[in-house]
Design a protein around this ligand. Structure first.
Ligand SMILES: Cc1cc2nc3c(=O)[nH]c(=O)nc-3n(C[C@H](O)[C@H](O)[C@H](O)COP(=O)(O)OP(=O)(O)OC[C@H]3O[C@@H](n4cnc5c(N)ncnc54)[C@H](O)[C@@H]3O)c2cc1C
Length: 157
């Protein structure tokens, strides 16, 4: 387990916010969809961009910290959380970028299905997707028109 004052150093390298156990929002920040999951990470980093994610991964590697990546927080087993480690939260990275010319969509890792939905009309071939959109075997809302999403993924960052 890492000392609180040590993980506080990570905050200085982030554009996004680092929530630590002494913060008022800590309990709310460690909630996931499955209310039966109660894990206590040493820190929860709300990454603002890819540079933040890289900083978190490097920090965790240097300090031998367990890492959990939280996208939508819908993993029934609570795999988006960990005890005593660092949670890389992607909820602020939820952009959806549509290129109508190439009929591709770039979806950031924290984007939920609901956030992607308004762009549905132009959603044809996701170029980079993670979490719920990527493996729903056609049972997702655009599935009836475009089929399963995972064969259409062109790249994952
Ligand atoms: C109400 C409900 C309905 C659902 N319906 C469907 C459905 O119809 N079809 C379907 O396919 N699924 C369904 N699911 C399952 C859900 O879509 C999957 O659990 C999905 O993986 C959740 O994505 P997330 O981004 O919310 O994951 P999060 O909870 O944010 O978890 C993060 C993910 O990253 C992984 N991860 C975390 N840390 C690391 C690490 N250090 N290295 C590598 N990987 C890591 C975890 O294993 C986990 O998969 C449903 C879930 C719920 C709660």
């Amino acid at each position: 387990m890492i000392a609180e004052e040590t993980i506080s150093q990570l905050a200085t390298s982030l554009r996004g916010r680092l929530v630590e156990p002494h913060d008022a929002e800590y309990d709310a920040s460690r909630r996931v969809h499955n209310g039966m999951i109660h894990k206590h990470p040493a820190g929860i980093a709300y990454c603002a961009d890819v540079a933040d994610v890289m900083a978190c991964v490097n920090y965790a590697r240097e300090h031998h910290l367990l890492v959990a990546v939280r996208g939508g927080g819908h993993s029934a087993a609570g795999m988006g959380l960990c005890d005593d480690g660092l949670v890389i939260d992607l909820s602020q990275m939820n952009g959806v970028y549509v290129d109508p010319n190439t009929k591709t969509v770039r979806v950031e890792g924290g984007c939920t299905l609901g956030q992607a939905r308004p762009r549905d009309a132009r959603l044809r071939r996701p170029s980079a997707q993670r979490h719920r959109l990527d493996h729903r075997r056609g049972r997702h809302y655009p599935g009836r028109r475009v089929g399963p999403l995972h064969p259409q993924v062109r790249a994952v960052d």
